[in-house]
Design a protein around this ligand. Structure first.
Ligand SMILES: COC(=O)c1ccc(N2CCCCCC2)c(NS(=O)(=O)c2ccc(OC)cc2)c1
Length: 393
């Protein structure tokens, strides 16, 4: 079991692993040439920022081969603009976008990405957080026709080599499956905004508790109806002028968690300013128009697999927030209104951050998916998802 992971510096399930690095190497120990790969294949670094065609090839690989839910009802369909955003934050390293192509026709068969991130990790015994420059790994995808050929371990080793050669020795990543060894496991929750479409997509009957009504669908629509205007006075879209205030309140909010990113001003600008069709962010401004609260969500549509009537689900996912003058459930209530107004069918979230404080009142229901969080080369005790302040796209 775990032929590959048992060779890696990750907690192997022994009891209390020590906190911190599991192995210590230096740049001199790191091979300078790419990891060997089958002769019919070649390593390739797409230029996602400057080449629309390179970006399109990565987009299509993920659209057709990336994560599906357990029942293969949905597959994530990250957009071009979303992928460009997710892959090119301040200080990104082009070579950490690792693709594999077939030599003969140059078709992309696999991908894995890394981006730089500053993670603040609190020692479990308490005390100040240690801020560590890490790599955030995402979008590991092997073409459906090349599964079970041990390609994933090769991509993981190669991206690790390209990260280590720049003197970075830790990574953070998530997966819907259990690997050695999660430091937390979160659960997905979803809030319907368009119950008619969700019932149609889920091929499922209307929930039994609605059967008693004369017009069950009408009652479902009423139950999930949201105001068409925000409730919070001073609630408005975030602008560039809000960046310093948002950096300050967001970093302060995230400092409460055991594991969370810290953001520079440039990173706040990149990750949290609104981007059409990608990320949506709002502030609560006081009488001097200074942001006192902040909330955001991102657009991640899913392909509906094998449904004749609908082929796309417009899902919004809650992102970062800092609730200070209003409770998070009031702030998130305005996110539901904004998402509905922008045509989203559902809002998805995880029970990380303070999200448990709004799930029930805002009528989120449990999904059937889990998201497990992992460190590479960093021993850390298992913590509750509500101690985690890291949102992975
Ligand atoms: C790859 O998964 C999807 O594209 C997707 C999209 C929407 C989901 N919804 C919203 C639609 C209502 C039905 C259940 C929740 C769900 N169900 S889910 O429980 O939110 C879920 C999310 C992620 C996942 O794998 C990482 C597995 C399950 C999944």
């Amino acid at each position: 079991m775990h032929e590959f992971w048992s060779t890696q510096p990750v907690p192997q399930g022994e009891k209390e692993a020590q906190e911190g690095p599991l192995e210590k190497k230096t740049v001199d120990d790191v091979p300078k040439s790419p990891y060997p790969i089958a002769s019919v294949l070649e390593w390739w670094v797409p230029d996602v920022l400057e080449s629309e065609d390179d970006l399109r090839q990565i987009y299509e690989l993920l659209r057709d081969n990336y994560v599906e839910d357990d029942d293969s009802m949905f597959r994530f369909n990250y957009s071009h603009a979303f992928l460009k955003w997710a892959l090119t934050p301040p200080g990104y390293v082009k070579e950490w976008h690792v693709a594999v192509r077939r030599k003969n026709d140059k078709s992309v068969v696999a991908f894995i990405s890394g981006i730089p991130i500053d993670i603040a990790v609190k020692p479990s015994a308490g005390g100040d957080a240690e801020v560590r420059k890490m790599c955030e790994i995402n979008f590991l995808c092997i073409h459906k026709r090349l599964r079970e050929k041990k390609l994933a371990p090769i991509l993981i080793k190669e991206v690790t080599r390209r990260v280590n050669v720049l003197d970075i020795w830790q990574a953070v990543y998530t997966a819907g499956i259990v690997l050695p060894t999660p430091f937390t496991s979160a659960q997905y929750f979803h809030r319907s905004l368009n119950p008619e479409k969700l019932v149609a997509i889920r091929f499922s009957r209307i929930p039994p508790q609605y059967e008693k009504f004369q017009n069950p669908m009408q009652m479902m629509k009423r139950n999930y109806a949201v105001p068409n205007a925000p409730a919070v006075r001073g609630f408005r879209e975030m602008e560039a002028g809000d960046v310093p205030a948002v950096k300050s309140i967001l970093n302060a909010s995230l400092a409460k968690f055991s594991v969370a990113p810290t953001f520079t001003e440039e990173e706040v600008h990149h990750w949290l300013l609104p981007r059409e069709g990608v990320v949506f962010s709002f502030v609560v401004a006081d009488s001097n128009n200074v942001a006192t609260d902040f909330v955001s969500f991102y657009s991640l549509p899913s392909t509906v697999i094998g449904n004749s009537k609908y082929n796309e689900l417009n899902a919004a996912y809650t992102y970062y927030y800092s609730a200070n003058t209003v409770p998070i459930k009031v702030l998130m209530g305005d996110v539901l209104s904004a998402a509905k107004a922008k045509g989203f069918d559902v809002v998805n979230t995880l029970d990380i951050l303070d999200n448990k404080e709004f799930l029930q009142d805002l009528k989120f229901g449990p999904g059937d998916g889990n998201l497990h969080y992992y460190f590479y080369n960093w021993g850390y005790p298992i913590v509750q998802p509500k101690s985690v302040g890291l949102v992975m796209l």
